[in-house]
Design a protein around this ligand. Structure first.
Ligand SMILES: [Zn+2]
Ligand SMILES: [Zn+2]
Length: 315
């Protein structure tokens, strides 16, 4: 009779190390362990902070050991791999019990035991999800992907809003460069569009970082936003600009308002508030190339000031 041995099972040991491989784009899925968040995002192993570092959820900012950020699918996959290894080993071990005794003599009874394996335990394969915004962190070079646009870098924990603003301002600069070689009608359109993009980029950026601090502030009108930031956070983000520069950037924002809501036609409100001596109600507003170029530089400075005031780097 053969003896049952558990060599194969023993060989597995009691520690399993299942490696989770990145997807075809090099991304590894991650899931925030916080019950109320469970946000899904992806990172590229090998980029970002060198050596072991805690992982930050880009959505809620929770930080914890990297090993606590496995996705449910990865855990199910790992469990199924372990289960298969155990059941395969068990099967091999059970085969050591097999015997086949032929009948001997005229009245002997032959006995045999054959162990057969049915379907092997299925592996729960998974696919990482497609995400919406791909970012390479300016601070730590981590390559990561998130839903939406804004988020904290999973490696170094810096908020990406300043980087997203810079990227949008760069796109507006490119639009202005295109305008230089376009015929007048298209050039005017590109210049106006660049201005609108600058304002929406700053508005999106400002709202996001205020929201992170629990305040809802809009940034389409600069004097109002400046007052509210001062009331709620106690600093003046306009203090990086000279009074003339502040005037110029406020006027550019008011021109954007006319373009977006009044078909570019000057109204009384603009005449009263924009400090634009040539402005006549009922006429079309003029937006010059240089004016938008300047607005981009000023918005960039305001953005940095606001960011430093609200979400300063903690490290
Ligand atoms: Zn989270
Ligand atoms: Zn980073």
């Amino acid at each position: 009779m053969s003896r049952f041995n558990t060599n194969n099972l023993n060989r597995l040991g009691n520690q399993f190390n299942i490696s989770i491989s990145p997807d075809e784009d090099g991304y590894l899925g991650r899931e925030c362990p916080v019950e109320s968040c469970l946000g899904y995002f992806k990172i590229t192993p090998g980029t970002g902070v060198k050596g072991p570092a805690p992982c930050h959820c880009p959505y809620c900012g929770h930080s914890g050991a990297s090993s606590t950020f496995h996705t449910q699918e990865q855990i199910e996959y790992a469990k199924s791999v372990v289960f298969r290894q155990v059941t395969d080993a068990l099967f091999k071990d059970m085969r050591s019990l097999e015997f086949d005794h032929k009948a001997t003599g005229p009245f002997g009874i032959g006995l045999s035991l054959k162990v057969t394996q049915g379907t092997r335990h299925p592996i729960q394969y998974y696919r990482e999800k497609e995400l919406e915004t791909h970012v390479i962190c300016d601070d730590c070079t981590l390559r990561y992907a998130i839903y939406g646009v804004f988020g904290w870098c999973p490696d170094c924990g810096v908020h990406n809003s300043e980087q997203i603003l810079a990227k949008n301002l760069e796109l507006a600069r490119k639009e202005l460069a295109l305008a230089e070689s376009a015929e007048k009608e298209l050039a005017d359109h590109l210049i106006g569009d660049a201005l609108e993009n600058v304002v929406s980029a700053f508005d999106g950026f400002g709202r996001e970082i205020c929201h992170q601090k629990g305040a809802e502030i809009r940034f389409q009108s600069l004097p109002g936003a400046c007052r509210k930031v001062q009331e709620q956070f106690g600093f003046d983000f306009a203090d990086v600009l000279s009074p003339e520069q502040w005037d110029a950037v406020c006027r550019a924002f008011q021109k954007r308002h006319l373009l977006a809501h009044k078909m570019g036609v000057i109204d009384d409100d603009y005449v009263q508030r924009a400090n634009d001596p040539g402005a006549v109600a009922g006429r079309k507003v003029r937006v010059a190339h240089d004016e938008v170029t300047l607005a981009i530089t000023l918005v960039d400075a305001l953005g940095r000031r606001l960011f430093a005031g609200l979400l300063p780097a903690t490290t």
